[in-house]
Design a binder for this molecule. Structure first.
Ligand SMILES: C[S@@+](CC[C@H](N)C(=O)[O-])C[C@H]1O[C@@H](n2cnc3c(N)ncnc32)[C@H](O)[C@@H]1O
Length: 385
């Protein structure tokens, strides 16, 4: 069996990097007294806006000093933490791409440059690589603040070049073809006006956004979209996935195959593809701030899609079954443990040793079983060890 983990433990260096980010935020944007006492309240207010009250959201929180301050001190560092759990497993082995020239990275909805900061922290191996970032956002103030913050974190930008573009997504922008195109925590804002249950409009938004993401990618470019791990963003990602496959992209992660998505959410009771990651390793000061805002975090959740214009041949070996573990462990009858997973046979229920051995996010290959047995309750294909 071959095993790879999506969420390897955070290294001491990455943990220190996130602490350094908090220090850089305090140094670059000292907290004004009038915001200090109100910070937890503003974090709660922004959290409500970004989740339950999405329909009243119009991106203006980035222009409201109190809410932007809440974003910068709480939401951005948690987003960096979330990305830091994921980026090493996606990029460490394959980056920077071959070639002697610079490597272009386009980040759509970049806000305060969360993605460049996360890459700096999570992949110190890349700090001397000639990366050029093209950070696009409708909010020029957030981009400017992000640039200041990044230079403070990185002590200058070293080999990295950062260009910002104040522009709306979908606006025509002439950018160099990118090796990596990212959109992190931004899809949610693209479909906020689509009514719940209106799958046709959601699919049309996904088609449009795929066209835009693909248009920024170079010949062997990759696309990374990350969203909070709740049902609607996961449904949107599942639709994006279908669009990318339709355009000939391969899905590098999290999907174990390019067959239909088994966890597309969307319908009541249908499982949606997301991961819960332990938040223990996040800085104590960040935990303290979230707790003060009545938003304590034991775990962070995320859904994502990592697609590539290049084919991924190793996934197609016919004698093996590819499996990605999606859920935490749960008890089954007769003292057994179970976990949900995704495989080429669709929704998969791991039982016994499989569920105990592998963790959420693990990817493994096993010899393809001869017989397909399905769970009567969930319809999941059963794998027992
Ligand atoms: C939740 S923030 C995410 C920021 C950053 N990527 C992160 O993960 O922390 C969403 C960002 O998308 C930007 N945004 C939303 N809709 C946009 C649009 N139509 N065009 C350009 N930027 C947009 C907002 O201004 C905001 O900075």
């Amino acid at each position: 069996m071959i095993e790879r983990s999506l969420f390897p433990p955070l290294t001491a260096g990455i943990r220190r990097g996130i602490e350094d980010l908090l220090l850089a935020i305090d140094k670059t944007f000292p907290l004004k007294r009038r915001f200090s006492a109100e910070l937890p309240k503003n974090i709660s207010r922004l959290s409500a806006l970004l989740t339950k009250e999405r329909s009243c959201l119009n991106g203006s929180y980035m222009s409201d000093p109190a809410l932007f301050n809440a974003y910068l001190r709480c939401f951005m560092p948690w987003n960096v933490f979330r990305l830091s759990r994921l980026l090493p497993s996606l990029l460490l082995e394959s980056w920077p791409p071959d070639g002697t020239g610079g490597v272009e990275i386009t980040d759509l909805g970049s806000g305060p440059l969360t993605l460049p900061a996360a890459l700096w922290i999570a992949l110190p191996e890349l700090r001397s690589a000639p990366l050029s970032f093209h950070c696009v956002d409708q909010n020029g103030g957030a981009l400017e603040a992000g640039k200041k913050l990044f230079f403070s974190l990185a002590g200058g930008n070293g080999a990295w070049r950062i260009k910002t573009y104040r522009a709306a997504l979908g606006e025509r922008l002439k950018l160099p073809p990118a090796a990596l195109v990212c959109a992190v925590n931004v899809c949610n804002e693209l479909f906020q006006k689509v009514p719940q249950g209106d799958t046709a409009s959601l699919a049309s938004a996904a088609k449009k956004f795929t066209r835009s993401l693909a248009g920024f990618a170079g010949d062997s470019g990759r696309i990374l979209v990350v969203e909070p791990g709740s049902p609607r963003p996961a449904q949107f990602l599942s639709l994006l996935r279908g669009e990318f496959i339709g355009r000939g992209f391969s899905i590098e992660a999290p999907c174990p195959s390019s067959r239909g998505c088994a966890m597309g959410g969307g319908r009541r009771g249908q499982k949606w593809c997301h991961f819960n990651v332990d938040a223990d390793d996040a800085p104590p000061a960040l935990h303290k701030l979230s707790t003060a805002a009545a938003l304590p975090k034991e775990k962070v959740t995320l859904s994502f899609l990592f697609a590539s214009k290049k084919a991924a041949p190793e996934k197609n070996a016919p004698e093996f079954l590819n499996v990605r573990v999606i859920s935490d462990a749960f008890p089954l009858s007769a003292g057994m443990t179970g976990r949900y997973a995704c495989s080429e046979n669709g929704l998969t229920l791991l039982r016994g040793g499989f569920a105990e051995k592998y963790r959420q996010g693990s990817f493994f290959k096993i010899e393809r079983p001869d017989k397909i047995t399905r769970d009567a309750k969930s319809g999941a294909f059963i794998l027992t060890l």
